[in-house]
Ligand binder design. Sequence first.
Ligand SMILES: [Mn+2]
Length: 331
Amino acid sequence: MVTLEAQCITLHIPVQVIMDVRLMPVFHSSSEPWTGRSDPEDGPLAKRVFEFVSKSGSRAVIGFASEAGVARNKGRTGAKEGPAALRKSLGGLAAPHGFASFVDLGDVVVDGDDLEAGQKQLGEHIDRALETYDRVMVFGGGHDTAYGSYLGLSTHFPDKKIGIINLDAHLDLRNIGAAGPSSGTPFNQIRQSAPEAFDYLCIGVARESNTQALLARAKEWGVEIVFDDALLRDADGGREPIISMAQRCDIIYLTIDIDLMPHFQAPGVSAPAARGVPFATVEHLVDTVQQACTENDCALPLVDLVELSPIHDINGMTAKTAAVLALSLMT
Ligand SMILES: [Mn+2]
């Protein structure tokens, strides 16, 4: 009799050290080893994603283990465990045809409320990682991840025109309140850093989850919005604005808040959606972004997957949903 445990193997590959001593982080830690089942009796094609973690590759993963921004945004916490849950789920997926090795850069860990320092470190790691990798995948963390991500991207590409595509039920354009920056403020902060350069498309927005103040701010700032109900009527409703952004920008920064999906598809998030955009439509949006970038010579070097909150998940389904999206963006 073979136990399940006997079928599982663990890879102990040290995380790549991407920082020099000057950047030696207070927060950085190695991630847990990647594991999954092994089916050697099925031959060399029976591989799963965890077997592709390597010291080299064109793709990299970095975690932002933080729920400080969610706590400041008065949300339910748990997102700090998001990167570990996402790795675990991703590692067990069957590797598709042509899947290549990738590098795990470990986690930037925010203990307590020290969000700003964590975002700064995340930005430094991403800036450095973009020297080596064609695409960096960031596993959050609350959506405050996005401010750190953008810091890294804009530092690395100071002269490029960056368009932001956010797949999200929320605009995340809140003004900074007494608690400071949060998971509700990242795109407001990004705009503040360079108002003229701000080019933001938010897809999947739920009217009931965004106040009139936020919708008015979006309008004032020229933010393009595709509402969730529009995508329910037409799953291709994001195509036109996505292509238009890819045509006018050098780089697209894609950030995916998995809370845009319905509560039954993504229960394990900080703020579940009542209506939500179906998973298949989100997959289609992701494909559309990748295709639009390829066809318009626009780079897609940085992608976030944020707001996974494993403590609220059911049977790991939210983690698996996020992992399938991650896999499509790493293939
Ligand atoms: Mn969000």
